[in-house]
Design a protein around this ligand. Structure first.
Ligand code: GLP
Length: 251
């Protein structure tokens, strides 16, 4: 794991975007995350597209997860969030049909999860990840299997509370179920770029970077992947025991 720490989230996001711009060879498969953390990276990718330095034209983008049962028009439906970030606002060259998301409206979500997992097949080239305050990646909550494939998951109270800010602050409006890539599915990505910013992420960051690989902190599975770069701001890095070494190795 490479751990890159910068003073601000914006500086770290710019570096992460540059890694993607330099490392992504079209036509390829980019794994994309939702949540607020990767939004500046998407902005940097759109700006690079506008300058002709990056394109997702002819490539596919693959979402990590989707809420089950969420209205098709809902702005927080992850498909809509990602269309807004990658196709709207000047876009990244990605065609709407080339954005792949699990079908949260399927009559049989278990089957929808299996189909999505089969479509991902050999995995994406670069996977962008955020980190939940309880250590989740995608929607793989604590105590989900470390070897899971894409599946229907139940969101914890912590995650529904965290995400209530996107639903008028009302936890009742946050769906209870999701379809999420499993941890084993995420691990098929050839390389992983994980971003975590702010004080709220300091504890999960310390666990997934320096703690034991465990179901309690699902992101810790990434310690078993050989090409992971973690981008942090000072606050998210603040509980790392080896913070000085990380800064020295990757200044
Ligand atoms: C959601 C998403 C995750 C994301 C997490 C963190 O639960 N399913 O993929 O990493 O939120 O969100 P934020 O970046 O807003 O802190």
């Amino acid at each position: 794991m490479r751990v890159i720490i910068r003073d601000t989230a914006d500086e770290a996001s710019r570096l992460a975007a540059q890694q993607i711009i330099d490392g992504f060879t079209p036509p390829g498969r980019l794994g994309v995350a939702t949540g607020s953390t990767p939004l500046p990276v998407y902005r940097y990718l759109r700006e690079a597209y506008a300058r002709g330095e990056f394109t997702l034209h002819g490539s596919t983008a693959w979402a990590l997860d989707e809420y089950v049962g969420i209205d098709e028009e809902h702005p927080e439906r992850y498909r809509n969030v990602l269309l807004h970030e990658l196709v709207g606002n000047g876009g990244t060259g990605l065609a709407a049909d080339d954005l792949k998301t699990p079908d949260g409206k399927a009559e049989d979500p278990v089957k929808a999860a299996r189909i999505y997992d089969e479509l991902i097949g050999p995995g994406v080239d670069i996977q962008i990840l955020g980190l939940g305050s309880n250590g989740h990646i995608g929607f793989n909550e604590p105590f989900d299997s470390l070897t899971s494939r894409t599946h229907v998951g139940l969101l914890t109270g912590t995650t529904r509370q965290d995400n209530a800010r996107f639903f008028d602050g009302d936890i009742e409006q946050v769906p209870e179920y999701c379809v999420t890539q499993g941890l084993a599915t995420i691990m098929t990505a050839k390389s992983v770029v994980l971003l975590a910013f702010g004080e709220r992420k300091a504890e999960p960051v310390a666990h997934i970077v320096e703690g034991a690989v465990s179901q309690r902190w699902p992101g810790s599975i990434l310690q078993l992947h050989d090409d992971v770069t973690v981008y942090l701001d000072e606050s998210a890095a603040s509980q790392l025991e080896f913070i000085d070494s990380f800064k020295k190795f990757h200044s």
